[in-house]
Design a protein around this ligand. Structure first.
Ligand code: ATP
Ligand code: MG
Length: 543
């Protein structure tokens, strides 16, 4: 019979129950993605092909697939990210995982590097680097531990080595898996070349790597006053290499790889981090999947193997004036320029822009052209469109901004301090990163209600206001408006909501009005459950 009108009528007369969006269950803080999976080896396409595919075919796929605005799939009920084989929150207190992130001021100095992994000379070069523009080779130290060594180009000590070291400390603090890295000074007499050493020659052919090749390479590298060479040693990633991962799709052979990579928040949010440090070299070939454990009983860990294309460095040369402004191959731009006969303006057009980039590079040779003034988080572009980055939503950007903002001034100083820069350069790098950090915060904390770290204290729901806490303004003049869904306005006092009795499921919606604003901003909804004998608890957060 007419059940629906009847239901509607009784609903209107008696008041409808709150729709239950989140189940009353434990929050997921660990994604169970380290189950046994068979070992396999990937045949990665050449970087030219995968670059063209990302530039030409995948955005089309994105466009025609109409998958814009799709939220990330691997978030928990609090809109946070569980730890996984892709990302691990180093700031999370296991006893209070939803609380404020903890400081890493001491840990950031070593990041992923364990001091016992400090390479011990002499070093045997076992191979050239399999790919890449940066001078370097693969070595084994006297204990047979393997490393990739990379060096600086002549006249630019620190440009490659310190950049990668500092960026990798920051990448580690942000939760990404990076190899352990350290700086060292290597003398020529500490290097031997194995008779079996090979390198990739022209056209990708395997050619022997000889002492002559080593000397020719070293003659193009920066050296110290005593003739030694500054190197970054990258501890060989443990496990067996599977190949690079791709920022699009998933690999069905890996039984743990259940979420499309472009829909992973960790990979989308990596774009916010990359913009911060200007890591424009975020191609697949700077990632590495490594199989750990017994064959067929192990699992894959997903690394950001090389974050060294950061600050002003791209492939061991100063980033060109247009880089980070525009992707290298943009079909939309090309067609647009063609149709408008080149009339589409770009802000990097013209000599003044180029002069400035050159002047920055000349002034700061250890950093290259890296600055905060012209940085606009939303306009920043890596070298090629990244399928995960282009799918970011404001929730992903907020999450990514929190990774960046979690780095305090003392942490940033400690990380920059590991780069062994000259004093002026350390200050400059700190200053640029600090100001870019603030720009990211202001851009992405204003897209959502930046109220966070909700906690229930008896009948009060208290929260932090990240905007005010970051010193972005509004301290004192900010007002919070709260209402209980299905009921009405509730009182907020000192960033705490007085919770009305609920007797079950309750949703509190909060909005922020900053000084000088008339209308409240976007809402954040906190879902709570209360039942007999159990304290009230948060079961979900909607942003
Ligand atoms: N710590 C490591 N563990 C395992 N493999 C490594 C490590 N470091 C480098 N490699 C291997 O060496 C390759 C080149 O290294 P890397 O990306 O650091 O060099 P690069 O010159 O910066 O490359 P590009 O300029 O193309 O980014 C990597 O693709 C990877 O296969
Ligand atoms: Mg690389």
């Amino acid at each position: 019979m007419k059940l629906r009108p009847l239901l509607l009528a009784s609903c209107l007369a008696l008041g409808c129950a709150q729709p239950v969006r989140f189940a009353d269950r434990a929050i997921l803080w660990r994604d169970p993605d380290e189950g046994p999976t068979p070992f396999f080896k990937r045949h990665n396409p050449s970087i030219n092909w995968s670059g063209a595919r990302d530039a030409i075919f995948l955005p089309a796929d994105h466009f025609f697939g109409a998958d814009y605005f799709h939220e990330a799939d691997n978030v928990n009920a609090l809109d946070e990210l569980p730890d996984s084989s892709w990302w691990q929150d180093r700031r999370r207190d296991p006893a209070a995982p939803a609380a404020r992130p903890r400081a890493l001021t001491d840990e950031i100095v070593n990041g992923a590097f364990h001091p016992e992994d400090q390479p011990v000379p002499p070093f045997t070069i076992v191979n050239g680097k399999p790919i890449g523009a940066t001078p370097g080779f693969i070595v084994e130290d006297s204990r047979h531990q393997r490393y990739a060594f990379k060096l600086d180009p002549k006249g630019r000590k620190g440009f490659v080595t310190s950049t990668e070291l500092v960026a990798s400390r920051l990448g580690w603090a942000a939760g990404y898996l990076v190899p352990g890295e350290t700086l060292l000074d290597v003398r020529r007499d500490q290097l031997e070349v194995s008779p079996n050493a090979h390198a990739k020659g022209p056209l990708g052919k395997r050619v022997p790597f000889t002492r002559g090749d080593l000397d020719a390479m070293l003659s193009r590298c920066a050296d110290n006053a005593d003739g030694s060479y500054r190197a970054i040693a990258s501890v060989w990633i443990p496990g067996r290499s599977v190949g690079w991962f791709h920022y699009f799709g998933r690999d069905r052979r890996d039984l743990n790889d259940r979420i499309l990579h472009e829909d992973r928040r960790d990979l989308r949010g990596f774009g916010v981090w990359a913009a911060w440090v200007n890591d424009i070299d975020v191609f697949d070939n700077n990632t590495l999947d490594s199989y750990v454990g017994e064959p067929d009983r192990g699992h894959i860990l997903h690394y950001q193997q090389d974050v060294g294309g950061s600050f002003g460095n791209f492939a061991a040369a100063p980033a060109a004036y247009w880089m980070s402004e525009e992707i290298a191959l943009s079909p939309v731009r090309i067609i647009g320029s063609f149709l408008t006969l080149g009339a589409l303006p770009r802000r990097w057009d013209g000599q003044r822009w180029r002069d400035r980039v050159e002047a920055l590079d000349a002034r700061w040779p250890e950093l290259g052209p890296f600055e905060a003034e012209r940085f606009e988080p939303r306009a920043w572009r890596p070298m090629l469109d990244n399928p995960a980055f282009v799918r970011q939503t404001k929730r992903d950007r907020y999450w990514g901004a929190k990774l960046v903002l979690a780095v305090s001034a003392p942490e940033l100083r400690a990380a920059v301090g590991t780069g062994r820069y000259s004093t002026g350069t350390s200050e400059r790098l700190f200053d640029v990163l600090w100001r870019r950090r603030e720009k990211i915060g202001r851009a992405y904390l204003s897209e959502v209600a930046p109220l966070d770290y909700f906690r229930v204290r008896a009948d009060r729901l208290c929260f932090d206001d990240l905007w005010v806490d970051q010193g972005f303004g509004g301290d004192g003049g900010t007002t919070y408006v709260a209402r209980e869904r299905g009921a009405g306005q509730v009182v907020v006092d000192h960033r705490c909501v007085t919770l009305p009795p609920s007797g079950g499921y309750q949703v509190i919606e909060l909005r922020v009005i900053r000084p000088g604003e008339r209308k409240p901003g976007p809402a954040v909804r906190v879902h709570l459950v209360e039942d007999a004998g159990q304290p009230r608890r948060i079961v979900g957060i909607e942003r």
